[in-house]
Design a protein around this ligand. Structure first.
Ligand code: DAH
Length: 318
């Protein structure tokens, strides 16, 4: 660097000296100019070479994660193992991929929401006791860590409304982390995961919805399944259903062992209307269900608390 600065200063001095040409007798000017030019070429060449040399310097990459105690023993708490994807995240990717292969778009949920999206846009009447059924946490500011991924339905409908008009249908899944103020035990967690599905078109039907759900579960568990539904109640669907699958023998089930996997139904006209979609023209169905439960059945796990435990022995099994 110093070298370049020095050369540049010399070039400046040379230029200043060149200005003196005007004070010379005419017959000396040509020779003076020629000498100055030669010196200038020489200096410019040196500057270019010095700059190039600067760029060619080999830079040693720094590994900021490297243990720097050269001759010391690695401390016990420094594990040399590679980290891995959390089993829930890996399964979530699998879930989303199955829906993507069926043509669904994906929109991620959020971890903080408000009363408007959690209840108002989902046709929960104001002050209705159903609002209490979701064991919601609240921040001091009155915000809500969402208790279900349905909190995203209004956003999905609004965001994909244009696509619905252009393509005649809207198909989106929403994976997300959800929170409920519940006592924790082997089957209940305050923090868990859900995946929501939303489908709207002019002529969709409950039959189509059950077909999509069956397809999903059969892909996920890699086998044919028996399914069953029973009536349910959700303010945002009418009619509402609970969707069940018969626990496969290969996963420790026996005949007639039905497990409830998710809630679903035809989207209530008020929910469509509130998002600016004409319920006279369009119909939709939606569903939402827990991922943790899905994964527990697949791997024969019996304690949901393991997922959030950070227990390495458990995590290493995957
Ligand atoms: N959000 C509901 C829950 O967590 C599940 C659900 C039911 C989602 C019906 C839906 C639906 O989209 O249509 O209990």
């Amino acid at each position: 660097m110093v070298e370049i600065e020095k050369l540049k200063q010399e070039l400046k001095d040379l230029n200043a000296k060149a200005a003196g040409i005007r004070d010379l007798p005419v017959e000396q000017r040509a020779e003076f100019g020629r000498k100055i030019n030669l010196e200038r070429q020489d200096l410019l060449g040196k500057i270019a070479a010095a700059e190039k040399a600067l760029l060619d310097v080999e830079v040693q990459p720094i590994d900021v994660t490297a243990w720097s105690g050269v001759n010391e023993k690695m401390p016990e708490f420094y594990t040399t193992e590679m980290g891995t994807c959390h089993p829930l995240m890996a399964e979530m990717d699998r879930v989303v991929e199955i829906y993507q292969l069926m043509g669904f778009d994906v929109m991620e949920s959020r971890q903080l929401d408000d009363e408007y999206h959690m209840f108002d846009t989902l046709n929960f009447p104001k002050e209705h006791p159903a609002r209490d059924g979701y064991d919601t946490f609240r921040t001091e500011e009155g915000l809500i860590p969402p208790a279900h991924t349905s909190t995203m339905q209004h956003r999905v409908l609004k965001k994909y409304r244009k696509q619905l008009e252009e393509r005649g249908r809207l198909a989106v899944v929403v994976p997300g982390r959800v929170f409920r103020n519940e006592d924790v035990d082997a089957t209940h967690e305050h923090t868990f995961y859900q995946c929501e599905g939303v489908y709207v078109s002019q002529d969709c039907s409950m039959g189509q919805m059950l077909g999509i759900l069956r397809e999903f579960f059969e892909k996920y568990y890699e086998q044919k399944l028996n399914i069953r539904t029973q009536p349910g109640y959700f303010p945002f669907t009418e009619p509402s259903l609970e969707f069940m699958i018969e626990k496969p023998e290969s996963l420790g089930g026996k005949k007639g062992d039905y497990l409830e996997m998710l809630g679903c139904g035809m989207i209530h006209p008020n929910v469509l209307k509130q998002a600016g979609i004409d319920p006279e023209k369009y119909h939709g169905f939606a569903w939402g269900g827990g991922i943790d439960r899905l994964v527990m059945l697949r791997y024969g796990l019996n304690d949901v608390r393991m997922f959030e435990s950070g227990n390495l022995n458990f995590l290493r099994e995957f």
